[in-house]
Design a protein around this ligand. Structure first.
Ligand code: MOS
Length: 692
């Protein structure tokens, strides 16, 4: 039945357009009469705007308007406080957008923004997360809707009685999403209809948010997101750029292009919250865990509550009868944190997987073996069976490929000249979920097929993967299939996020294609000129899934070398083996996995939002001062996957792999650094000054 497109390497369908520069991004559509918007950030941390003087800006040539809370079109206050922009004089954090300048050229708009005079009445602020912050509180739930705290058995008693104990606190700083394309929008109003070309991870949700904000029916808003230059979570929902562009376009009654600057991405679009995480593990002398506890502290803003699910990873990863997890939040005068690749799991795994390494050292057991010994038979959190759990296969296959067997566990044992060499390992896991979606499939009289779904390709290769899935479901050569995505006029679907894109969208695509084949089987005579179309919805089927623990797994191995004199750390090898269900396209799958691992390397060694409490903001807010891993930092990086068939997932059998690559990487590197030097760094990034 299968045409065999799934599982075969294929370059991205839009690859040629992308590399030749003809693929259009949100502010690249040719347009008559277009104007340019420039967002103006607040220069106060906490307070109120007492006066805005737009005159100096308006006096500049080409400047058309200055929008602010005093003159901007009104929005509905009930949608999302984050999006309630230019409506009130209140300032909740430094950098909050408080005005927009609209001009005939981008240069005039930028110059205008420099000339808007704003006076503030300021109040004292608090922007730094500490473990003893007086405002720490217990949120009602953590993202997306997990219980805040969990407890089974008697952790305190079991930990106190354990032969071997690890009690360690790990810290991660703020991390900033930096997609290559910034948050950017072209907005046009025509006869009460709003047309948006917007850079986001899912335009169905953006369409809904914008319709509600402006008090319009959804059909009056169309959002096109044909090509998107990355997001890493930060474009998972409508953001300031789309709201400001729409407000500005309505105000000047002309199309407006508005792109945030690189500097403006550091805060207002969200970021990964800093965390303070205490992990306690108690085991017997053989490393069998009896007691496991993960207490996580993170931050949210004064605007809305964002409760990162930092300790949720620990609930299901390793066995142990006595367990507890908690989350506490501090409300600070900061921008609201948001999703960044594997929110929760990524920082949570850094802490737990590091603690596992500490336990391995304390017990004198190999860290691969320790993880195998604590592999649970059922989900220790919910008690459900796993739909498939191949962590052990990833660990053993990874150990074999990496050459782990020869490892001398003693720290500081390997040296080549100035370089001290060490290796480390960590487990990875990420939920394999799916969201409801709709899709249509059309058979054309010429023998071609068209599949439509409002999926979003943020650079991952989603468009190509869905095309492969559709061809197999239709049982035709892929050349006969065309796929349309990236437009809210298409059947609605969820965001490219939570590693749920391919699983959710392929589900609807497969069902539409199957139904179409069925109908064609009963069809006699010619097809009508516009073809035969069927539509599928997956909401009921997804709701009816039996409860199981569904996760992707992985094992990450790192080799590092540390300069004995300077403390310089280099990652000479990263190797990951993953269990991610069916791999649709090996080319783009590998790219996702090594991309995630690279971002994990970046987290381990480079990235750090440095906050100055006096100034109330991050002082490093560009790519010159906020360091990210560059090509020269990645020496040898390999990603593999084990064969995995899981019938309890979704029709395409996919688990999603956009996020698992970053989960555990930093722990593997930190453990390798400890193996090389004997120094355990528990607050990322691992800078050379922490090793000397
Ligand atoms: Mo991902 S952070 O769920 O877009």
């Amino acid at each position: 039945m299968s045409a065999g497109a799934v599982g075969r390497a294929h370059p991205r369908l839009e690859g040629r357009e992308k590399v030749t520069g003809t693929a259009r991004y949100a502010v690249e559509y040719p347009l008559d009469d277009v104007t340019y918007g420039w967002a103006v950030p607040a220069a106060a941390v906490r307070g109120r705007i007492t006066r805005i003087d737009a005159e100096p800006a308006l006096a500049l040539p080409g400047v058309l308007a200055v929008l602010h809370h005093g003159n901007a079109p009104r929005l509905s206050p009930d949608v999302d406080p984050e999006l309630y922009l230019l409506q009130e004089p209140t300032v909740h954090y430094r950098g909050q957008f408080v005005a927009v300048v609209v001009a005939e050229s981008i240069e005039a708009a930028r110059e205008g923004a420099r000339h808007v005079r704003i006076d503030y009445d300021t109040q004292p602020h608090s922007t730094v997360l500490t473990a003893d912050h007086p405002g720490l509180y217990r949120p009602d739930k953590v993202n997306p809707s997990y219980p805040t705290d969990t407890a089974e058995g008697d952790f305190d008693a079991a930990f106190a009685a354990a032969e071997v104990q690890v009690d360690a606190t790990y810290r991660t700083p703020a991390y900033h999403n930096n997609p290559m394309e910034p948050h950017a929008t072209t907005a046009q109003w025509r006869d009460g209809q709003l047309l948006l070309h917007d850079s986001n991870q899912g335009s169905t949700a953006v369409q809904a948010a914008m319709a509600e904000l402006f008090g319009m029916p959804r059909e009056s808003v169309r959002v096109i997101s044909a090509h998107v230059g990355g997001g890493f979570g930060s474009k998972g929902y409508a953001k300031a750029s789309v709201v400001l562009a729409a407000l500005a376009a309505r105000h000047v009654d002309r199309p407006v292009r508005l792109a945030l600057t690189r500097q403006q991405l550091f805060g207002p679009i969200g970021y990964r919250t800093p965390t303070i995480q205490r992990v306690r593990l108690g085991s017997d002398a053989d490393g069998r865990i009896a007691a496991i506890c993960h207490d996580a502290i993170s931050q949210t803003s004064m605007i809305t509550e964002f409760a990162e699910q930092t300790a949720v990873y620990t609930r299901s990863m390793y066995a142990g009868p006595h367990r507890r997890t908690t989350h506490r939040l501090a409300r600070l005068d900061v921008p609201t944190p948001f999703w960044m690749r594997a929110p929760g799991e990524c920082p949570g795994a850094y802490a737990l997987e590091s603690a596992m390494d500490e336990l391995a050292v304390a017990c004198g057991i190999d860290p691969v073996e320790l993880r195998i010994r604590n592999d649970p038979a059922v989900d220790p959190d919910q008690g459900h069976p796993f739909s498939s759990r191949n962590l052990v296969a990833c660990l053993t296959e990874g150990a074999r490929r990496f050459g782990w067997a020869d490892r001398n566990p003693r720290p500081c044992a390997r040296r080549e000249g100035r370089w001290m060499i060490g290796t480390g390992v960590a487990g990875s896991s990420y939920p394999a979920r799916a969201r409801a979606a709709a899709a249509t499939a059309t058979a054309l009289p010429d023998g071609g097929f068209v599949v439509r779904i409002n999926a979003t390709d943020i650079g991952t290769g989603a468009r190509t993967a869905l095309w492969q899935v559709a061809a197999d479901a239709l049982d035709v050569p892929p050349e006969r299939v065309r796929i349309h995505i990236g437009d809210s006029d298409l059947p609605p679907a969820g965001v490219a996020g939570g590693s749920m894109g391919t699983s959710s969208w392929s589900w609807a695509v497969v069902r539409a294609c199957q139904e179409l084949r069925d109908r064609l089987g009963h069809h006699t005579g010619e097809l009508p000129a516009d073809g035969l179309t069927v539509e599928a919805h997956t909401a009921d089927e997804i709701r009816a899934q039996r409860p199981m623990a569904r996760y992707a797994y992985g094992a990450q191995f790192a080799e590092v070398r540390v300069d004995a004199d300077t403390g310089e750390v280099r990652v000479s090898r990263l190797l990951g083996v993953f269990a991610v269900g069916q791999v649709v396209n090996p080319t783009t799958a590998r790219s996702q996995l090594i991309g995630g691992m690279t971002m994990g390397l970046s987290m381990a060694l480079h990235e750090e939002g440095v906050l100055d409490e006096r100034y109330g903001d991050w002082v490093n807010h560009d790519l010159a001062t906020y360091h990210i891993t560059a090509c020269a930092d990645v020496e040898r990086i390999e990603a593999y996957w084990v064969p995995e068939e899981d019938p309890d997932l979704n029709p395409a059998g996919v688990k999603g792999l956009g996020e698992i690559g970053i989960v555990g990487t930093a722990a593997a590197i930190a453990s390798a650094v400890r193996h090389a030097t004997g120094v355990r760094v528990r607050d990322l990034p691992i800078r050379l000054d922490k090793l000397l």
